[in-house]
Design a binder for this molecule. Structure first.
Ligand SMILES: [Zn+2]
Length: 222
């Protein structure tokens, strides 16, 4: 006499729900943890970036644990039920696949949102320090401030001499923040998620437009 199908299914659903809760718990704790590393590392996003692989490994372990449980215990338990048929097994296995896909999604979402949040903090810290006024080193005329956070040569309109715009520590806005925010926008569009606010001067850069296009292309190829 085999076990009741409903009982096996209830146990399996409960197991999957617990894995999902565990993932949410890990990510819930990792968020503030990442921000602490970011702040204590002197607002260095690359120090914070070192934390992500460890979080990812913990989630992949849970994903592997669910798969092991399926093959070692759950599938055999379904096979022992009286009402067993191939379709039951396919339906139940699809739940495992959905969970595993969701874990991948949840980690990506976490990493993208966390890096974008760090980018918003960088902007809040660095934007007040940006040069508001650039003067020609030769003639003192005002030189246009470029819409970029990389070093740029700007020609003075009056005397035609070349002045170098140096973003200083705001370089990180180009090398990190703009890229992460563009990635976040592509991610939101891809999954129909609500848009979080992004600083307009960063979104207006060429780097932003190029990164957004790059991510949209990557996502459309998947
Ligand atoms: Zn000049």
């Amino acid at each position: 006499m085999g076990e009741d199908l409903e009982a096996v299914r209830t146990r399996w659903d409960g197991f999957l729900a617990r894995i999902r809760e565990r993932v949410e718990e890990i990510l819930g704790e990792a968020g503030p943890g990442c921000m602490t590393v970011f702040e204590q590392g002197g607002f260095d996003p690359f120090t914070m970036g070192n934390v992500f692989p460890a979080i990812r490994t913990r989630l992949l372990d849970l994903s592997a644990k669910a798969e092991d449980a399926w093959f070692q215990q759950v599938a055999p338990a379904f096979e022992r039920t009286e009402a067993y048929n191939r379709q039951v097994l396919d339906t139940e296995h699809a739940k495992l696949e959905r969970l595993r896909e969701w874990i991948t999604y949840a980690f990506d979402d976490f990493e993208i949102r966390t890096k974008a949040d760090a980018s918003r903090i960088l902007w809040a810290r660095l934007s007040p320090k940006l040069p508001k006024d650039l003067r020609c080193t030769q003639c003192g005329s005002p030189v246009e401030i470029p819409l970029t956070f990389t070093a740029q040569n700007m020609r003075c309109r009056s005397c035609k001499s070349v002045n170098t715009f140096e973003p200083g520590e705001a370089r990180i806005l180009d090398s990190f923040a703009i890229r992460c925010l563009a990635h976040e926008e592509a991610w939101e569009r891809r999954h129909g998620l609500p848009a979080l606010p992004r600083p307009a001067p960063l979104c207006a850069t060429e780097t932003y437009a190029a990164e957004l296009q790059l991510w949209e292309r990557r996502y459309s190829q998947r």
